[in-house]
Design a protein around this ligand. Structure first.
Ligand SMILES: *[C@@H]1O[C@H](CO)[C@@H](O)[C@H](O)[C@H]1NC(C)=O
Ligand SMILES: [Zn+2]
Length: 426
């Protein structure tokens, strides 16, 4: 088939065993060729002629990798994390269930690990809370769902695993942490989350934290650090060393610009709309888009577009498939087709665009872009190719830093007093 898949297929055919390789070439290849000729002569090239059919056809080999889905939060908010209380094989009240995942060609997604910001954290963010416990519960409920529905989901924490799981026809399930406030001000906690599979972290959610200032959501919050704190400047290299992707969704502009100047690895925005369309501090502005790329003074990255109409537009009722396609094309115009992706925010948003109501609808967005002249290759980059390039880049930097001798940061938040060593008395 002429289709140019996101995930290279050659590994499926390659074999280290010379005998098997001979069988492949002498028997299988001619057979496949004959079958192909017969098939094409009967069926044409087998490609659907309508845009929606063609979009679905292309998504079979390059399925959607969504940067942000709030399924764990859906479980917590509506069922107290009791996974016996809902059935993902049946229609849920949210935007995500297994039949709709299959219909929409969702091949992988980040399960958003999220607990709310608290407003009683105190000026130094030191008041004790249960946020670390609650975060662990969100990781636990995600693992429980992946295991319960193991015919559909498979946990993945490397780019290779994502590709392998997609090839097996399952949905690669990665974890992304939505906010530095869930670290309890501790790099040790970050390292343990990494061991549990967390592969990105938005530096903030909608509140400032010990590491960085947030953009706020519906109104900007008063800045505390003027971007990154001193500790935040230690956090980013530690994320680079571990291989946790620096995610700039939710952060203030100053935080984003400073993080871009510090990071040694590619970055992502897991679920952001463009500020050009709606002047909200939560949305990504042009001057930050200008820093994302592979040119001089730029950082490689992927901007995964949020579907929430309230972020997309000051007039949310107008947001439909074409509007989201406009946003994607705008971000492409400011960066390139190598820097866009999908970060729907499904199950975490109260309304959805017309025509993109749930995970079954991704193909409609791809059909809209086909109508606008996007090629199969372009679509495969948007669907997940760009994200995978960024993820691999982050993994490479992590390996390099560790082989250069970088060791776990011993830095602690300077406002903590509980880790003061006691003096030895002889
Ligand atoms: C966007 O909003 C900010 C903050 O409210 C304001 O300073 C700025 O002038 C606005 N920009 C435009 C183009 O309206
Ligand atoms: Zn969010």
């Amino acid at each position: 088939m002429s289709s140019q898949p996101l995930l290279p297929q050659e590994r499926l055919l390659s074999s280290s065993n010379p005998k098997r390789r001979m069988i492949l070439t002498t028997i299988l290849v001619p057979l496949l060729l004959i079958a192909g000729i017969v098939f094409v002569s009967i069926k044409g090239d087998g490609k659907p002629k309508d845009n929606l059919g063609l979009a679905k056809y292309y998504l079979q080999s390059s399925p959607v990798i969504d940067g942000h889905i709030d399924l764990p939060e859906f479980a917590r908010a509506f069922y107290g994390n009791d996974i016996t209380k809902f059935d993902l094989n049946k229609p849920t009240k949210g935007h995500v269930d297994i039949p709709r995942i299959r219909k929409g060609s969702l091949g992988a997604f980040f399960w958003s690990i999220f607990v709310e910001c608290r407003d009683d954290n105190g000026i130094d963010f030191l008041n004790p809370t249960f946020q670390v416990r609650d975060t662990l519960e969100q990781i636990d409920v995600s693992f429980n769902l992946i295991e319960k529905y193991s015919d559909t989901f498979a946990f993945a924490s490397t780019s290779d695993q994502v590709e392998m799981v997609i090839k097996q026809g399952k949905v690669a399930s990665m974890f992304g942490l939505e906010g530095g406030h869930m670290l309890g001000n501790s790099l040790a906690v970050l390292r343990m989350y990494h061991k549990l599979g967390v592969r990105y972290m938005t530096l903030t959610h909608s509140c400032n934290n010990a590491f960085a200032d947030s953009a706020g959501i519906f109104e900007s919050v008063e800045e505390r650090w003027g971007g990154l704190s001193k500790f935040g400047r230690v956090l980013i290299p530690e994320m680079n060393r571990l291989g946790v992707i620096v995610d700039l969704s939710h952060v203030s502009d100053k935080t984003a610009l400073q993080a871009l100047s510090i990071t040694r690895a590619p970055i992502m925005l897991s679920h952001s709309a463009a500020r050009h369309f709606n002047n909200m501090s939560r949305n990504v502005p042009d001057d930050i888009l200008a820093k994302i790329g592979r040119g001089k003074h730029q950082v490689d990255g992927v901007v995964m577009v949020n579907f929430f109409p309230v972020f997309a537009s000051a007039n949310p009722d107008e947001v439909d498939v074409a509007y989201i396609a406009d946003e994607i094309e705008y971000i492409v115009g400011k960066t390139s087709k190598h820097h866009v992706g999908i970060g729907s925010d499904f199950d975490g948003i109260e309304s959805t665009p017309k025509g993109l109501e749930d995970v079954s609808k991704y193909p409609h967005l791809f059909a809209e872009l086909l109508k606008r002249g996007w090629t199969e290759h372009d679509l495969s980059l948007l669907a997940g190719g760009n994200f995978l390039r960024v993820f691999k880049g982050v993994e490479d930097v992590s390996k390099k830093l560790q082989s250069d001798g970088w060791t776990p940061s011993q830095e602690i938040y300077d406002k903590r007093i509980d880790l003061k060593p006691i003096e030895w008395e002889l």
